[in-house]
Design a protein around this ligand. Structure first.
Ligand SMILES: Nc1ncnc2c1ncn2[C@@H]1O[C@H](COP(=O)(O)OP(=O)(O)O)[C@@H](O)[C@H]1O
Ligand SMILES: [Mg+2]
Length: 237
């Protein structure tokens, strides 16, 4: 069953006087349990697409169905509700709260679900354990390495048991070793049945997913390797 269905999604941004089409008739179906990477060069529309899938932005035209629900015409509150109930986010720059320790960073999303403090902390501790940080729960972000911060961010994304994990360049700020640890965690989450959409411009990271789609100038290619990185015309064999 499809969890994400985008049909003819277009996104225009006003740049100066002219609207510029940044996403062009994007069609994308993601089945439950899929682990998908989307690759594309800088400025190709990756974050714009991710923001639409993540209900952080709305398309100019086209339709988006998430887990069977048509998201057209939802107001901001309803969108926030969809995000809280269905989605987990991991960003390149972690977005942790500097004044909260790892445990409270991870527990934070549960605040909006009306879960008791005791249960919030128990579930946060469990999520941190799952990413191997059980001995860092009372550390603050500035006491953690980049890789550890990203693992806290993954625990925070997973603590609400989302249906879909969205990651925008999750290894972009990390060295190779820390990046590989993040990919190990994504692999494990995928093996446990999580649906993952990951954006990256690194081929080695994209190769960790089960399949890779390419976006170039706002056009998503889901039919193999028609679009190559760097825009080269040459056939590879
Ligand atoms: N808020 C905005 N207003 C105007 N143009 C934007 C805005 N956000 C992104 N763009 C433009 O849309 C294009 C795609 O941006 P983006 O999705 O961030 O690309 P990527 O994540 O692939 O680097 C770029 O040309 C960018 O300048
Ligand atoms: Mg981007």
């Amino acid at each position: 069953m499809a969890i994400v269905e985008l049909t003819n999604i277009c996104k225009d941004y006003q740049q100066g006087k002219e609207p510029v089409r940044v996403l062009k008739n994007v069609n994308l179906t993601v089945e439950k349990g899929e682990y998908l990477a989307i690759m594309g060069p800088s400025g190709s529309g990756k974050t714009t697409l991710m923001n639409i899938i993540g209900c952080l932005d709305v398309p100019t035209s086209g339709s988006y169905t998430l887990d069977g629900q048509d998201l057209r015409d939802l107001d901001d509150d309803a969108m926030a509700d969809v995000r809280n109930k269905h989605l987990g986010f991991v960003f390149q720059s972690f977005h942790l709260m500097p004044r909260l320790n790892a445990l409270d960073n991870v527990a934070l999303p549960l605040l909006y679900g009306g879960v008791s403090l005791k249960e919030r902390r128990e579930r946060a501790a469990e999520a941190l354990k799952a990413v191997g940080l059980e001995d860092r729960m009372d550390f603050f972000p500035n006491q953690l390495s980049g890789g550890q911060c990203q693992r806290v961010a993954i625990a925070r994304a997973m603590v609400g048991k989302p249906d879909l994990l969205l990651a925008d360049e999750p290894t972009g700020a990390l060295d190779t070793k820390a990046g590989n640890q993040i990919m190990d965690i994504f692999r494990q989450l995928s093996n446990e049945g999580m649906t993952i959409i990951m954006i990256t411009h690194e081929p080695g990271i994209a190769a960790c997913a089960d399949k890779t789609y390419h976006i170039l100038d706002g056009e998503l290619r889901t039919d193999g390797n028609l679009v190559k990185m760097g825009g080269g015309e040459d056939e590879e064999d």
